[in-house]
Ligand binder design. Structure first.
Ligand code: COS
Length: 384
């Protein structure tokens, strides 16, 4: 749903200009520094990008899912590191509070998240719990007015910048499944919480992930999301549903950039006395990439519109994440192929994007988890 087309077009044009004039030219610097420049983060904050999906009543832009998808497609044309800095605030870091938080929790935390004063991070994954998210071992045991948290969270995006974490922990150790898990808002300065060193990784320099360690970390019971224990797994899954649409839109945006890079290079590069764009085998690769990118775009917008209309179709959302993340992997591979030897060299953006996109098939649910969700949903609907 687009609330006001004219107002939305202005926002989209502003983001497009920002991506072209500020973000794309800063890509190399982000790699060299392994950090997004502070002045760019400041501009992103001023533009409201940290609080795009936070409801307007809490100071955010209150974007609908369709609007969010369009904006993330624009941001996706630049290095994914930029999007990552604001990604958790708009997606998995804050949505648990937006979707299931009590009015008091929303009033207390969301205005700061919307303003970008707080970075919100999502802490679900553990050393021994990735795809099997219901098997987390981190515990949160009620002691007086506090929960005492113990455990380790792994690969947590933006942890070093975070002011708050949406943490999933087991409040009922006798229940080893999803029903024993609760979600909390944990403030960074809580005694007993430490953030490890950034992991070295394959791509997305500038977007860092860390271990977060809880040792007898006391969290006020008032920070239990929704106020009811045992609901945390569901909160996490609902958060991931919207998050997966966000990642799908990002994959579409990156694929659009890769198609642009591929066409530009194919027109410039001459072999056998002519532009390689004139060779049909190159054209076939361009055509395949554009076709797949466009198909994913249509899927994401359709699922986003359904989400806005109150139809959160878990299977279709999983289909978007599955197709879009696999698609951008193929598009990145063709982009490197079209660039030939140059595509293997760091001075060309496609080499970097080729590594950057690999994580899209893994985080927020692997392709295999998405397949499982698509099939499960189909079978469930059919049995009904
Ligand atoms: N929305 C709301 N509720 C949901 C839900 C959703 N999308 N998905 C599941 N639930 C509910 C179920 O309805 C069930 O509730 P009841 O017990 O009341 O029936 C409960 O949650 C448990 O669900 P389920 O039985 O499906 O849990 P499983 O342990 O089988 O796990 C998968 C399901 C594998 C899909 C889940 O663990 C998952 O998404 N794994 C990937 C995790 C992930 O994305 N990790 C990345 C880390 S974040 S970067």
């Amino acid at each position: 749903m687009i609330r006001d087309q004219e107002v939305f077009n202005q926002l989209r044009d502003t983001i497009r200009r920002f991506v072209n004039e500020r973000l794309i030219p800063a890509e190399e610097r982000v790699v060299e520094d392994n950090a997004v420049p502070a002045e760019i983060l400041k501009e992103m904050r001023e533009m409201g990008l940290y609080g795009m999906t936070v409801p307007e009543e809490y100071g955010g832009l209150g974007l609908t899912t369709e609007e969010e998808a369009y904006i993330i497609m624009e941001l996706g044309r630049a290095s994914p590191a930029f999007r990552s800095k604001i990604g958790t605030n708009n997606g998995i870091g804050s949505q648990g509070i937006v979707i299931d938080g009590t009015p008091e929790q929303k009033a207390r935390f969301l205005p700061k998240v919307a303003a970008g004063e707080y970075v919100a991070s999502f802490a679900l994954t553990e050393p021994d719990a990735g795809s099997d998210a219901a098997s987390i071992r981190t515990t949160a045991i009620l002691d007086g007015d506090d929960y005492v948290v113990n455990g380790t969270k792994r690969y947590i995006t933006n942890a070093a910048d975070a002011s708050i974490f949406t943490l999933m922990a087991r409040t009922d150790p006798s229940n080893k499944g999803a029903g024993g898990v609760s979600a909390f808002i944990v403030e960074k300065n809580s005694p007993g919480l430490t953030v490890g060193k950034p992991n070295r990784k394959m791509g997305q320099a500038g977007a860092n992930v860390y271990d977060v360690i809880f040792e007898d970390c006391r969290v006020p019971a008032a920070n239990l999301i929704g106020g009811v224990p045992g609901q945390g797994f569901k909160t996490a899954m609902k958060t991931l549903d919207r998050g997966r649409l966000h990642i799908s839109a990002l994959c579409v945006g990156v694929s659009q950039r890769l198609v642009e890079e591929s066409v530009r290079y194919a027109i410039d590069r001459k072999q056998f006395g002519q532009a390689i764009a004139d060779f049909q085998l190159i054209q076939a690769m361009l055509a395949d990439s554009r076709t797949e990118s466009y198909a994913a775009q249509c899927m994401v917008l359709d699922a986003a519109r359904n989400y806005d209309a109150g139809n959160r179709n878990v299977g279709d959302i999983a289909a978007c994440k599955y197709f879009a993340s696999e698609m951008v992997g193929r598009v990145a591979d063709r982009a490197v192929q079209i660039h030939g030897g140059a595509g293997y060299m760091s001075e060309y953006a496609v080499e970097r994007f080729y590594r950057d996109v690999r994580i899209f098939r893994i985080y927020e649910g692997t392709s295999q988890i998405q397949q499982l969700l698509i099939a499960r949903n189909l079978i469930k609907e059919f049995r009904k």
